[in-house]
Write a protein that binds this ligand. Structure first.
Ligand SMILES: Nc1nc2c(c(=O)[nH]1)N[C@H]1C(S)=C(S)[C@@H](COP(=O)(O)OP(=O)(O)OC[C@H]3O[C@@H](n4cnc5c(=O)[nH]c(N)nc54)[C@H](O)[C@@H]3O)O[C@H]1N2
Ligand SMILES: Nc1nc2c(c(=O)[nH]1)N[C@H]1C(S)=C(S)[C@@H](COP(=O)(O)OP(=O)(O)OC[C@H]3O[C@@H](n4cnc5c(=O)[nH]c(N)nc54)[C@H](O)[C@@H]3O)O[C@H]1N2
Ligand code: SF4
Ligand SMILES: [Mo]
Length: 727
């Protein structure tokens, strides 16, 4: 049946390539996995990286799953999304064949042969006419790092283009930049065991109960009776479960953190040994002198004593204090300096490199951490720098490609790529495993620039996403569960994913699609070693030699599984390591001086303050633990759908609702200078008066948000803009 289908729908090139071993689309189950009763796979949603045990039938296909009890991350637990992970693979709107837009504007089914020829001809023609800077890709933190690396290397070294970025820019670019500047490498130092080993846990800009529910379970396992402090303008599920909620004004964080440093340095509640491994303490002391608690009350909305007592709590001698931050910090016009203010506090109090400590960023997508090392977007693949000639030589040699195929020219950031498209400089765009027409800030901008693009390719598992619907060409992708590869979680742990389900129709793994494109483009020889994900893994592993993320000690996927995941670094000849490892125990950082840098600046102006026309501050973020981003996947599960409000809703404070005469569940319109959304009023004191909250999962939410960015990381400022209410 499948072979018949193949015969009809593809020519010799694709037939040969898709049928080779290791391809899991079109009916092949990989030989490595031929029937055993169970196998394991890391969950394909959030960066917690829970391991799921997949139960399979005799044909190797998944029947159901349970959380893996032996895995050191989730210890037998999973959240609703993990439990339902297989469900969403069965859906009528899966993309099962390539689709091409015809002259009438309709998307029509085509063969892979035609899809590949359209893809190469159209993009090559743009390249010929407009040069190597005229096509860009936008990819993801949600495919394996072997796939990400393939895309990044193919696009830049094989096809010869320069610009590519990913949804990771929307997510953790700030944390990356902060760590790089402070530590000399993008190195989140902690591990999840630190949740259990802290005396004080500070969650800042993180709604852990909703966004990382299994990490919250790790907090609950802490037997040290910890203080749990949540710093968030909203009274979130996490804030309500904490021992202390610091309900500051939106973007009051940087001023608050400077004030904490002020109190701590003033009272000399510091760790001198830790400070001796840093640079800039005198300047920092001088700088924070101006941030006495009373000086920051307007910015933070907090009382002096709240700040003084928090300062005492996070600098108690002998107490282990861990700081954890997520999007409330990263998605800001001053995210990098805020993240660094957290890092600074840990450095001056010695809360780093020891159990129960650390300035730890919790990242978002299942493989965001993999993209940091391997996506070949902002960093050269394997934890290298594009600008460093030694690194370029090393990578070219390692990949077996000519040195001059790697150029020093940096890629534009996501927003710069879109701006170039608006100016007509970018003519072709290839979107892989992300849905920016819903998720990008000020998303109306994408709808407008769509008209300017000559060719838009969307590679997705569904054909109905907001982005796919406006594509010229849709390439049907196999999803999590239908392919092999590796993810890296927030504690730097590498784990494997497995093909346990047949991809529908002619959908192929992203890896296979890149391989087909390499051949069709005429650069297949450069990638001849990239035959299957594990071969690519070996190439990538070898590239990491002598970098902080060195994983040359990993021999195989099997070893990763046997070890219960492996945290980087893991250089060759590593001894069997304990399950939980953290960085900087030796106080040696990756900067040229070996010291960590104390970096700081004054709080910046809010790019869109409220005024008489737009008097409310709008916050956005995650709504429930059962909804994922733009809902392409989670909306497909009948069970998950029962667990969240299907209609868009907006949280509004009872005082504001009463003043405006708004009733509970009434439909109201929220409008910004850029767009509008109709949502049901959810009246609750979860937001402060004057503030509103809308979850990001509903379409149109980003027509409201304001296009502003952190100056260092170019991460969008999703969490604050000015809106008004129309009844
Ligand atoms: N269920 C579910 N889980 C997910 C995801 C999902 O879509 N659904 N997505 C995953 C991804 S990719 C990510 S990045 C993470 C995100 O995980 P989180 O960052 O924890 O989630 P958010 O709700 O985006 O934002 C966290 C909090 O920041 C607060 N906040 C807003 N402005 C400020 C501010 O100025 N200061 C402070 N201190 N806080 C502020 C918001 O009120 C919100 O409660 O979740 C991951 N997990
Ligand atoms: N207002 C507001 N907006 C936000 C945020 C916010 O807090 N507020 N958060 C931002 C953050 S942190 C993030 S991470 C982004 C997320 O934004 P997006 O990345 O746009 O959201 P997803 O819905 O995860 O999109 C992933 C896409 O990949 C597809 N897909 C899934 N698996 C595969 C696969 O294996 N292969 C291929 N080819 N496709 C696949 C899915 O169907 C889906 O279309 O949103 C950002 N947008
Ligand atoms: S917490 Fe994250 S990784 Fe774990 S099951 Fe839920 S979505 Fe998957
Ligand atoms: Mo994210």
């Amino acid at each position: 049946m499948i072979h018949q289908f193949l015969k009809q729908h593809s020519g010799p090139l694709t037939r040969e390539l898709v049928q080779e071993p290791g391809n899991f689309g079109l009916g092949n189950v990989p030989s490595r996995l031929k029937p055993t009763s169970t196998t394991t796979s890391i969950c394909g949603y959030c960066a917690t990286g829970c391991q799921l045990k997949i139960h399979r039938d005799q044909g190797g296909n998944a029947i159901n799953l349970t959380p893996q009890s032996k895995y050191p991350v989730n210890l037998g637990m999973a959240c609703p999304k993990g439990w339902q992970a297989l469900d969403v693979l069965h859906s009528e709107d899966r993309a099962t064949t390539p689709l091409l837009r015809n002259a009438n504007g309709d998307l029509c089914e085509i063969s892979w042969e035609i899809a590949l020829s359209e893809f190469t001809q159209r993009l090559k023609s743009i390249q010929r006419k407009h040069g190597n800077e005229s096509v860009a890709f936008l990819s993801t933190g949600q495919i394996s790092f072997e796939e990400m690396a393939f895309l990044g290397c193919l696009f830049k070294f094989g096809m010869g283009f320069i610009h590519g970025d990913a949804n990771t820019r929307q997510c953790m670019a700030t944390a990356v930049t902060a760590y790089k500047q402070s530590f000399g490498f993008d190195a989140p130092p902690g591990c999840y065991a630190d949740f259990e080993e802290s005396d004080v846990i500070v969650l800042i800009g993180s709604n852990l109960c909703i966004a990382h529910p299994i990490l919250w379970q790790r907090v609950m396992r802490n037997k040290r009776n910890p203080d749990i402090i949540v710093i968030d303008p909203r009274s979130t599920e996490t804030a309500q479960a904490a021992t202390k909620h610091i309900q500051l004004k939106p973007k009051g964080d940087l001023a608050l953190l400077h004030a904490l440093a002020h109190c701590i340095l003033r009272d000399e509640r510091i760790d001198k040994d830790s400070i001796s491994a840093t640079e800039g303490i005198n300047e920092y002391r001088e700088f924070v002198r101006a941030y006495a608690p009373e000086k920051v009350s307007a910015k933070t909305g907090l009382e002096n004593e709240q700040i003084e007592s928090l300062a005492r709590l996070v600098s108690e001698p002998g107490k282990r204090v861990s700081w954890w931050w997520t999007m409330g910090v990263n998605q800001s016009y001053e995210g990098v300096r805020t993240a660094q203010a957290i890092i600074n506090l840990c450095l001056i109090t010695g809360n780093i490199g020891k159990p129960g400590t650390g300035p730890n960023s919790i990242t978002g997508q299942c493989n965001a951490m993999g993209s940091r090392l391997f996506s070949n977007t902002t960093s050269l693949v394997g934890g290298h720098d594009f600008q460093n000639p030694e690194h370029r030589r090393k990578v070219a040699h390692g990949l077996g490609i000519p040195e001059d195929s790697i150029t020093a020219q940096a890629s534009m950031a996501y927003d710069e790529i879109l701006a170039a498209a608006e100016e007509g400089k970018i003519k072709g765009l290839w979107i892989v495993a992300t849905n920016p027409f819903h998720s990008w800030i000020d998303s109306g901008r994408l709808a407008r620039l769509r008209e300017k693009l000559d060719f838009l390719v969307v590679q997705d598992m569904y054909r109905t996403t907001e982005s796919a619907q406006v594509a010229d060409l849709i390439l049907p992708a196999a999803a999590w569960g239908e392919k092999d590869g590796c993810f890296i979680n927030s504690e730097r742990r590498i784990g494997t994913i497995k093909a346990v389900h047949q991809a529908p129709g002619m959908a192929l793994s992203d890896f296979r699609i890149f391989r087909l494109i390499a051949h069709a483009w005429g650069c297949g020889d450069l990638f001849s070693k990239w035959t299957d994900p594990e071969s690519a893994f070996h190439l990538l592993r070898d590239l990491t030699k002598d970098r902080p993320c060195d994983i040359t000690g990993i021999r195989s996927y099997q070893q990763i599984d046997d070890a219960g995941g492996i945290q980087w670094p893991y250089p060759k000849d590593s001894l069997e390591q304990e399950q939980e490892r953290r960085l900087f125990a030796d106080r040696k950082y990756y900067t040229s001086s070996g010291k960590a840098k104390l970096l700081f600046s004054s709080p910046a102006e809010n790019p869109e303050p409220i005024d008489a026309d737009y008097p409310f501050q709008l916050l956005t973020g995650r709504g429930t633990s059962s909804q994922w981003h733009t809902q392409t996947r989670t909306a497909k599960s009948a069970i998950l759908k029962k667990l969240y409000p299907t209609e868009a809703y907006v949280e509004i404070h009872p005082k504001d609702a009463a003043r405006l005469g708004i009733e509970d569940l009434q439909q109201i319109t929220i409008t910004s200078r850029r767009g509008s959304i109709v949502a049901q009023a959810y009246i609750a004191p979860t937001v402060q008066s004057g503030q509103l909250f809308i979850p990001m999962h509903y379409p149109q939410v980003n027509t409201l948000t304001h296009s502003s960015f952190d100056p260092y990381s170019r991460q969008p400022n999703y969490k604050l803009c000015a809106v008004t209410i129309r009844i």
